[in-house]
Design a binder for this molecule. Structure first.
Ligand code: CMC
Length: 429
């Protein structure tokens, strides 16, 4: 909705004024539509997209100051408490919560597409035994485009839907295969009578020699982790998926690009980094020294799991996970010394003026690693779990973009290199 206009006056040789529309969303900051600037010979400059809305979206809303996260209007706390992961997937993809029949049909379709083309197993044989599971995920998800040719037509909504189900259904299978490869065990076939999280845990921890019994406490916690990672509006990996998709790339290639971006320690790789950091701190007595290092400008060390580009308050997902962490560890009777270090770190950091002034609060990754460790998930699989949960968010955004008229994403630049100059022969350099 165009609300009002802003006028940009440019002072100089020929003073000029450019009228720009200001557009309002349902909630949240309005945006200045700067498209007319390029016709007047200007670009905007915003490295890191700190103040730039790259698209219009109806999927997820974050109020970083209030610490609010809504999926299609529903608060994440309510979804984490009352919903399940596949219902959240339905909501993100379709805009509304499903009725009973819609939910059953959706669940059934996901359950019956979990198996992979058997030749995909050959890819895993080509990876070194110690390959990082995220490396295997990037490669094998990208390689799905060489198997599922009938779901590559991005202009056909039905083909997009088939790709959507294939990706959501098969991600846990691929993820568990990555893990099994790294420990030298045979992969497990999915079991369609199990729900999404149970099936993943069965494929992770089962073996062909005996029946798997998945602990329901673990399955519930896993499902909650998937819900909490399902979407987070225009973050780095989602923006990557949109950008890749804007060129017309196929869905499997786009999601592989999202996985690659998620891997970085500033993004999804942070959950792995948090656990490594807690391990390095090693003891409550070292926490103060770690906080001191994090504040030191000359030291590259940061408190992993703290800070967020958008949240300038508690990450609501961290609040849910903190509660869930106490519950899971309590129910399993686990006394994890890393949790004591994490609690102390949080306590000290939240009282420290450096963290208060910069509004650095615990983010989702601060507690997710501790729960994942309690579930028996190895460190190298933490970001893979994030990728499984986030797949639906990536797809929802990709599909939203393709459902409306869109342009290829093509940012501009402020060029500060050489102006034109003549080539010099090698002897003259
Ligand atoms: N520890 C210490 N100082 C920090 C931290 C931290 N974790 N995070 C930010 N700062 C400082 C930073 O040094 C800078 O100080 P100054 O203004 O004096 O230069 C200031 O706070 C602003 O930081 P920034 O890097 O400019 O902020 P950003 O919005 O570009 O970065 C972030 C956000 C998440 C990359 C960053 O806070 C960070 O590196 N955190 C640790 C990694 C982490 O936990 N990432 C997970 C993010 S949540 C999950 C996800 O979305 O994937």
């Amino acid at each position: 909705m165009v609300d009002t206009k802003a006028t940009l006056s440019i002072k100089g040789e020929s003073d000029s004024a450019i009228d720009l529309d200001i557009r309002s969303g349902t909630v949240g900051p309005s945006v200045v539509d700067i498209a007319p600037l390029s016709k007047n010979g200007y670009f905007t400059f915003d490295p890191g997209f700190v103040a730039t809305a790259s698209c219009e979206s109806k999927i997820t809303y974050i109020d970083g100051d209030a610490g609010t996260l809504l999926h299609r209007g529903y608060p994440i706390e309510q979804l984490a408490e009352k919903s399940d992961y596949l219902e959240v997937c339905y909501l993100l993809l379709n805009g509304e919560l499903p009725n009973r029949e819609e939910k059953e049909a959706f669940d059934r379709t996901v359950r019956y597409h979990t198996m992979l083309n058997d030749n995909i197993a050959d890819f895993y044989r080509g990876f070194r035994y110690d390959a990082h599971p995220m490396a295997m995920m990037c490669a094998t998800v990208g390689a799905m485009s060489s198997f599922y040719h009938d779901s590559l037509d991005i202009n056909d909504p039905e083909s997009r839907q088939v790709a959507t189900f294939r990706l959501i259904s098969k991600m846990p299978t691929l993820a568990a295969m990555s893990y099994k490869h790294s420990i030298g065990q045979p992969s497990m076939y999915p079991r369609n009578e199990l729900d999404y999280a149970e099936n993943f845990l069965h494929m992770m921890f089962g073996n062909p020699c005996e029946e798997t019994n998945v602990n329901p406490i673990l399955a519930d916690a896993m499902d909650k982790i998937f819900i909490l990672h399902a979407d987070h509006e225009q973050n780095a990996s989602t923006s990557t998926v949109r950008l890749a998709g804007s060129s017309g790339a196929n869905p499997f290639a786009c999601i592989a690009a999202g996985i690659a971006t998620l891997w970085g320690p500033s993004h999804g790789g942070a959950n792995e980094a948090v656990l490594r950091m807690l391990g390095e701190i090693g003891d409550i007595s070292n926490v103060e020294a770690a906080v001191k290092r994090a504040k030191d400008k000359d030291d590259a060390f940061r408190l992993m799991g703290f800070g967020h580009r958008v949240y300038k308050n508690f990450d609501p997902r961290a609040k849910v996970l903190k509660k869930s962490c106490d519950q899971v560890l309590g129910e399993l009777g686990i006394n994890d010394p890393l949790l004591d270090i994490a609690r102390k770190l949080e306590e000290i950091a939240l009282e420290d003026s450096y963290f208060i002034d910069k509004k650095l609060y615990p983010n989702v990754d601060f507690y997710s690693g501790i729960i994942l460790q309690a579930l028996g998930i190895p460190l190298s699989m933490f970001t893979v779990i994030f990728a499984i949960g986030r797949t639906v968010g990536w797809i929802a955004h990709w599909n939203e973009m393709l459902s409306e008229p869109y342009k290829i994403g093509r940012p501009r630049q402020l060029y500060t290199g050489h102006a034109i100059r003549d080539y010099r022969d090698i002897e003259q350099r």
